[in-house]
Design a protein around this ligand. Sequence first.
Ligand SMILES: [Zn+2]
Length: 277
Amino acid sequence: MIPSSLNGFFPGNKAAGTDKLYIVPVVGRDILMALGSPSLVVESAEADIMRFYCERRLVIGQWMGVDCEVWLLSSDALAMEGYSVKELRSVLMLVGDEEFALASRAVQMLEWQVNHQFCGTCGQRTTQALADHALQCLPCNSNLYPRISPCVIVVVVDGERCLLGRQVNWPVGQFSALAGFLEAGESAEQALHREVFEEVGVEIKNIRYVGSQAWPFPGQLMLGFLADAVTTEITVDGAEIEEAHWWHYQAMPERLPPLTTMSGRLIARFLEEVSAS
Ligand SMILES: [Zn+2]
């Protein structure tokens, strides 16, 4: 049922009718995790008590071949023994990529439904579309889908050095790849040229796609790239980026983003490529 290229999570909106059912319990934007359990999902038999607190439930696909739902619980569920809430960001450090994708989808689908109870065109109440994971407005015959906002993120390379910046609201000493949202009508490549030039005044070429990551803070899709520098003089914009420097691969900043993030992966890819060459 799940392509072998996916380790465990098959996102979808239809139940496959499996014998077991997994639940991702959510309170607000936080995940309720069983104490001592390394997993986000709770089996439906264990989750039985949660039915009392359940305000909304939604099929989000299959996890390890088993139907999976997210349940939005009222804050009264926090009184249950044996569970504690984890903020979505901290879940990133606790579970693998596939399971984090499951948590991301769970929280985003719920949030989207809660925030789109009324049609933006005519103001009437929306309902769940039967054939789709969309919400529908019957009076104006329209469907609403969850909105994903693509962002580009890039490590610019100049030989043995790479360009990392610090955003204005980050602590001193913390550096990362440059990133920005796509504008309407823009390709990912155009966004990369524009963002890098706007933020640090550097021109780039030879853009290489590395990978992508759903980043639910909120609804973003990070598209990760490496690119080569055409020019190397840095002029920071001062609005988004406070400082940016070229870092030799043997003298990188002490505080780098973790490998669980796309930025951390891009930096790791740069280090891998430069030390192999
Ligand atoms: Zn409408």
